[in-house]
Design a protein around this ligand. Structure first.
Ligand code: HEC
Length: 101
């Protein structure tokens, strides 16, 4: 049987870049506690009763992490744009995905 080092290398590369693209839920929780918790209940931080908690949003079958990603790209009033970097947004979404499970 011939070996295909090129293909193996490509697969490894694909796995690596996949890992690099996926957000980090633990980091996302820190971002959420820092940037979202002045309004939303996020992680261990208390928000306000006026807005849904991040866990509620993540578990809402009509919303969820994918919907929240769109929202973060263009939030509308009354929520101000948190101006997250791409990386921070990915991490927050990964955190929401961990809450939704
Ligand atoms: C200054 C206050 C404030 C901050 C900070 C804030 N939000 Fe919001 N957010 C709101 C308000 C107000 C709403 C609208 C709630 C409503 O319409 O019932 C909202 C709505 C949302 C919604 C839509 C919820 C829904 O069911 O319509 C999502 C998702 C969301 N926020 C995520 C976040 C995330 C993630 C962060 C942190 C990166 C964040 N928000 C930071 C105030 C804030």
């Amino acid at each position: 049987m011939t070996s295909y080092p090129g293909l193996a290398g490509l697969l490894l590369l694909a796995a690596w870049s996949g890992a690099a693209l996926a957000g980090d839920a633990a980091e996302g929780r820190r971002v959420a506690e820092r940037w979202c918790s002045s309004c939303h209940v996020a992680g261990s931080r208390a928000g306000t009763d006026a807005v849904p908690t991040l866990a509620t949003i993540a578990r809402d079958p009509k919303k969820g992490p994918g919907w929240a990603r769109e929202w973060l790209q263009s939030p509308h009033p009354p929520m101000p744009d948190p101006n997250l970097t791409r990386r921070e947004a990915d991490d927050v979404i990964a955190y929401l995905e961990s809450l939704a499970r």
